[in-house]
Design a protein around this ligand. Sequence first.
Ligand SMILES: [Zn+2]
Length: 408
Amino acid sequence: MDALLSWVLDNILAIVAVALTIVLVYHYLIERETVVKLSKRYRDSIFEAQSKIFLNATQYLISGNRDLAIREFLNAVDLNRETIDTYFALGGLFRSNGEIEKAISIHRSLIARDHISEATRLRSLKELAKDFDKGGFVDKAVETYKDVLKINRDQHDTIEALCLIYENIEDWEQAHSYRLMLSKVGQNNQSETISHILVQKAKVLFENGQFAKCQEELSEALRYAPSVSAKILWLRLSLMNGNMERAQNLLVELINEHPMYITYVFVSLEEGFHGDDKVKQDYQTRMKVLKRYFLDIKGLDISSSSVVLAKVRLFKEAGEEVEAYQLIKNWMADNPSSSKVLMVEYIKLLIDLKKNEEVVNHTKSLLDSLHQSHTRHYCEQCGYNSDDIFWRCPQCYEWETIKFRWKV
Ligand SMILES: [Zn+2]
């Protein structure tokens, strides 16, 4: 099967050549049978020219000169408009086969033709942009996609392609404006995605210490959709502004709505930003107050191991090993098949507290359950794996499909 596939790939041009000949012969026969305006002599001469082109191209193929073969095939476009589709097919085949330069040369020569319709020119331009995109020529792809939009603004797939490029290169300004454009031409609601993009913009502003501007973008994001990442950034901003009541409310909201993210919430509170020492100190102090608040919440519904893990880590950070031990021990009693990272935290605690006998028992059961190590995060949509946090999956481009599996 593999051998067949690789033979097909190696001989793709020859296969297309045969297909093209069949198309040419087919058109010849159709045209011959229908009463068209063309005289018989003219039709015969077309077929003659087409046959010559095919023969030339085949010769080039045999001698291994693919570029000349392509050029010969392209010459046939003038002779028969219906065959244009065949060239689009050939260009598409080259692109999907990774032969970007050949695809580019086909689409460029189509664009350069004098007597083609506007629709064909637009289509060739779109195909060319896709070639650049696939080949990783980002600037040229952007430029060409924009040329397409200059001819016709109502091109959903082109706008979407530009959105993806700008999101990939993290140009959130442009990503935002093209998403807005997409929401005007398309059927799908873009609110969630626009919200995410605005959060990314706001995050950059936060890191740069532009907190007022960050607040503006974030408010806009929340108007579109209250995503988890928006709420986490809002929490950070509330700490920054000294609005402790809102910070606490947001934390409780996150615990109730998205308990699996809580360990990450506390990790992300610690992330750095630009600002003078006083600002940083105030932030640190308020963060400590919030952590204390979290540890002291009574009657909290702890049904997620992420909440337990966050609490255990914060208890340890505060030097309260005994509280951490009590919490984790009770949790393990109710949830014997807990996550491995919790078991590791537990064993570390037992070592600190010198509970040697328990250390031995729990280490043994941990080792028994340990068969493989995973990446920390994965995409629930497409299964993409990564140790990094991704709010937008780099593989399927969906937002907030990340799932956490705690790595040992
Ligand atoms: Zn994905």
